[in-house]
Write a protein that binds this ligand. Sequence first.
Ligand code: PXG
Length: 296
Amino acid sequence: MEKEFLIYIDGEFYPKSEAKVSVYDHGLLYGDGVFEGIRAYSGIVFKLKEHIDRLYRSAHTIMLRIPLTKDKMTRAVLDTLKKNSLKNAYIRLVVTRGIGDLGLDPRKCPKPTVIIIAEPIIQIYGAEAKEKGMTAIISWVKRDSVDATTHETKSLNYLNSILAKIEANAAGVDEAIYLDKQGFVCEGTAENIFTVRDGKIATPPVSTGALAGITRQRVMKLAEDLGHTVVESNITPNELFNADEVFFTGTAAEVVAVTEVNRRIIGDGKPGPVTRRLMKEFYKIVKDPREGTSIN
Ligand code: PXG
């Protein structure tokens, strides 16, 4: 039998088929918890510190006390990778409110559940998407305004992303883009969005409800280092349709062009020069030991 991956749950490792949590866990019953999606490249966990910091900020907002220090959590992530002999990996870090009763009162949950899953990279957006770009629709599902379920907090409540994804699937396109409640462009289902116009780069502010993406942050700095002006500003659907280039950023997506939105071709319908340059430079960054934490 093929060796199963080992999953970390509350300090112990379990083979994948035995890695289970209680049906009374409030992560399941109420989406009460927080998570991170992280990636390791050639033995370096890209921006691990930033992901751990964001996890603890999300937990702070929902008043969930993570039962590990940040250092211990970092070690647990690295141990999980080592146990599974993974150097290139997708890592999912989940902390739920823990086991409680059927009421939603979090006081009934004395111990948060900590889960770390590490698997080889699955090509979520494969080579073809990288080469040709992705198609997208603007979804009818609007990003929640800035409150508990906005993606300012990376909580386990992802139903609006899921509904938008279902809509994209039904429309036969690769991804869905949300607007905020005012009608401004917000982000994709699991990626931030950027426009390029006359060499100037724009991305929606987090006040639209977009996640303060770690890839977004790094790509903004990269673009500035390459001489571009980068602004956080509201983007209308009209501005999106008429941009020279549109691209997504995210842990899974990395940097990827969006070449069609609601059947409107963006630019000339191919990944543009700014996007291609950023893709190329981003691949160098993710392998740079200074940009992450070494597994060993
Ligand atoms: N917006 C949302 C709503 C996200 O969930 C991003 C933007 C990009 O942020 P980062 O920090 O990754 O640059 C995310 C990231 C998945 C998956 O399995 C989701 C995320 C990350 C990785 C994988 O769909 N969320």
